[in-house]
Design a protein around this ligand. Structure first.
Ligand SMILES: Nc1nc2c(ncn2[C@@H]2O[C@H](COP(=O)(O)OP(=O)(O)OP(=O)(O)O)[C@@H](O)[C@H]2O)c(=O)[nH]1
Ligand SMILES: [Mg+2]
Length: 292
């Protein structure tokens, strides 16, 4: 077939795919395009684990919600999922994003849990192969234990000329997936029991995360209360200091007035030995002693 933008790729950075969309490839193989996630918070991880555990129906919205909402959706989905389905986890990653050191632990948890839930080590498909970061990203995924990494330059709206190497890369990757499923089919399995195990794991994970989030919230609230209290105390202290300074100022003012009054009274008492001199006095020979 000629090029057609079936997956509705678009140029902006915003995610448009909000539903797990199914694309039947054959009677038994379905390709599922998922909602992308740019961070691996506990809500995103919980949702992805529930998907990988085949606990959520396809072609329904992908939501990052709190434990209760997700647990509810898992229960509601019980009759909608096919217990015998195999899920092969494909982790699609743009090489040009690179992988920073802080993300490595979260990626490792995602990869290892994906393996535990599906029985298959995730296959990594790197897009934007021509990026200068492709080598480093490949090396980091290998370090995280991923063995099968396919790097390719996607067909895009701007450049969708048919290329043998692109075709081959996609076919090689699909071939690996089929090989995995063939291997799994050859193994003895008990789909119901495995489903229960996966459900227990995911529900425990959700519960554990909820506790963690509740704990973090309580801790945040305590910190906020403590900081409010500190602020209140600081405000009160400032008020007291202001009042203290004001009282001190008033006290000093009062003292100054009293001292002035006292001085004035002292002056007032003097006059018994004091008589203002008169012209006559100045003429008299008698001497006066002035006391202060
Ligand atoms: N050059 C180049 N561009 C690519 C490659 N892969 C995807 N793109 C472009 O990147 C942009 C985003 O691609 P999308 O397919 O919309 O990305 P997405 O992650 O599926 O996004 P949503 O489905 O909207 O969540 C589009 O413009 C694509 O053409 C690639 O390998 N090389
Ligand atoms: Mg898409």
């Amino acid at each position: 077939m000629g090029f057609s933008n079936i997956a509705k790729a678009s140029d902006d950075d915003e995610g448009h795919t909000m539903v797990r969309i199914t694309y039947p490839l054959t009677q038994t193989i379905t390709l599922v395009d998922n909602r992308g996630f740019c961070k691996m918070g506990s809500y995103e991880t919980g949702e992805i684990f529930a998907q990988l555990g085949n606990l959520l129906p396809l072609d329904t919205p992908v939501e990052w919600n709190e434990g209760f909402g997700l647990a509810n959706r898992i229960v509601e989905a019980e009759n909608l999922v096919k217990v015998s389905d195999f899920i092969v986890p494909i982790f699609l990653y743009s090489a040009k994003k690179g992988i920073c050191a802080e993300d490595e632990d979260e990626l490792l948890e995602l990869i290892v849990t994906a393996r535990d839930l599906t029985g298959v080590y995730p296959i990594v498909v790197l897009t934007d192969k021509s990026s200068e970061k492709t080598r480093d990203v490949t090396r980091k995924f290998k370090k995280l234990g991923v063995e099968r990494i396919f790097a390719l330059e996607n067909y895009t709206l701007e450049d969708h000329r048919k290329s043998a190497s692109k075709h081959q890369e996609v076919l090689r990757f699909l071939y690996e997936v089929i090989k995995d499923v063939e291997f799994q089919v050859g193994q003895p399995r008990n789909p119901e029991e495995e489903m229960t195990e996966r459900k227990t794991f995911v529900l425990r994970y959700i519960h554990h995360n909820d506790l963690k989030i509740q704990f973090q919230r309580t801790e945040m609230e305590t910190l906020k209360e403590q900081s409010n209290l500190k602020e209140k105390m600081r405000h009160q202290r400032e008020k007291y200091e202001q009042k203290f300074q004001e009282d001190e100022r008033k006290f000093k003012e009062e003292m100054r007035k009293l001292e002035e009054e006292f001085e004035a009274q002292k002056l007032h008492r003097q006059p018994q030995s004091y008589k203002p001199s008169t012209y006559k006095d100045s003429k008299s020979k008698k001497r006066r002693t002035w006391l202060f």
